[in-house]
Design a protein around this ligand. Structure first.
Ligand code: SAH
Length: 354
């Protein structure tokens, strides 16, 4: 049993069952025993690998997409570039390197990172040491200038609550105890949540829905900033337009695990409900687009061919396999989706369609 599991069990014994969101938050971000705070989670030696860690092509394409949007806004002389959940800082570095090929883009750019883990903050500081970087909280207090947001595999890490429909009521699924072990149970009393009101039409008795209050709050803040100051957001993650059923999953060392296995040592994530993000943002949004399609539209195959032409023979295989992993439907190409948010009087970012 991990130290964190002991703490959670003690808490439930003292005050009763807790929300799944409380359990997730403790497991992921507990200051001493949390997954993101204690482990090197990203990369082949860690627990999972993300698109920017697979290849520089991913960040380069996103960087050029943002630079094009900056040009479309008539090159504002100051704008904020905000990354939510920047991990090792690799994506931001690749975005800035690609963006530096566009005259004036980097000089106009003020960089902001939203990161909950102090361990990862230190890595970001090291990786981005040549730039002036500011860390802010997820309240997103930013200067009033056009703002571009990037979030790759951020929203899936935000805690969710689960609710199950029983006739005209919803009951929360919680984390309680059975024989002194962590176990899921149904709340005694029904729950209210404005989002649940929107789900009566597509759910029947027995259906389960997931709601992330953090995701709703943050997407609403992003939307307000984009509507007021101009700019856009690129949100990339696994999930669907609507989530239905439990998508809570655990991963450790690149393999699926059980959600109550070794709390704090296992990644816990959920599929993203993109419809809820789009609606709560209150701004214009693109069609939800498969990552492979988005990257192909923006020229990832041309970029891969150029890298192949200029690379030493021993690197050619890894370029080809990275291209496949990022775009192929059997790999990350269709599981991962891209949602663009933008102000109502603007076009969608390149590679996406209104
Ligand atoms: N975007 C990166 C890392 C994805 S992992 C990449 O693609 O490689 C998720 C990231 O979100 C990590 O940096 C993690 O520490 C951060 N994170 C998770 N929950 C968070 C929260 N509630 N607030 C801020 N950052 C969070």
């Amino acid at each position: 049993m991990t130290k964190l599991e002991e703490l959670i069990i003690k808490r439930i014994q003292e005050t009763g069952p807790i929300s799944i969101s409380t359990f997730m938050r403790e497991c992921l971000l507990h200051p001493k025993y949390g997954f993101y705070t204690q482990r090197d989670v990203l990369g082949s030696d860690g627990d999972f690998i993300t698109s920017p860690e697979i290849s520089q092509m991913f960040g380069e394409i996103l960087g050029l997409c943002l630079a094009q949007y900056w040009i479309d806004l008539n090159r504002p002389d100051r704008f904020a570039l905000v990354e939510l959940g920047p991990g090792n800082g690799t994506l931001m570095l690749d975005i800035l390197r690609a963006g530096s090929s566009v005259n004036g883009f980097i000089d106009a750019c003020k960089i902001y990172l939203v990161e909950a883990s102090s361990k990862l903050k230190r890595q970001q500081q090291k990786k981005l040491s040549q730039f002036n970087v500011n860390w802010i909280t997820d309240d997103l207090l930013l200067p009033k200038i056009p703002t571009f947001f990037i979030a790759n595999e951020f929203f899936d890490a935000l805690p969710v609550k689960q609710y199950q429909r029983k006739n005209d009521l919803w009951y929360e699924i919680q984390v309680g105890l059975k024989n002194a072990q962590l176990s899921l149970s149904m709340s005694q009393l029904p729950s209210n949540h404005p989002e649940l009101e929107t789900r009566f039409k597509d759910c029947v008795t027995g259906d389960l829905v997931e709601i992330s209050d953090d995701a709703l709050r943050i997407s609403n803040l992003i939307g307000q900033i984009i509507n007021n100051e101009g700019g856009c957001a690129l949100i990339i993650d696994y999930g669907d337009w609507h989530s239905l059923g439990s998508t809570l999953q655990a991963v450790k060392s690149h393999k699926f695990a059980k959600i109550f296995d070794r709390p704090g040592e296992v990644d816990l994530t959920c599929h993203v409900d993109f419809e809820a993000l789009a609606r709560n943002s209150g701004c214009a949004y693109s069609r939800l687009t498969a990552q492979g399609v988005f990257l192909e539209r923006l020229g990832i195959s041309d970029r891969a061919n150029l890298l192949l032409k200029n690379s030493r023979p021993e690197y050619k295989h890894s370029i080809l396999s990275a291209h496949r992993r990022l775009t192929h439907p059997d790999e990350m190409g269709t599981l991962f989706k891209v949602l663009g948010l933008f102000s109502k009087d603007q076009n969608s970012p390149a590679g996406l369609i209104k």
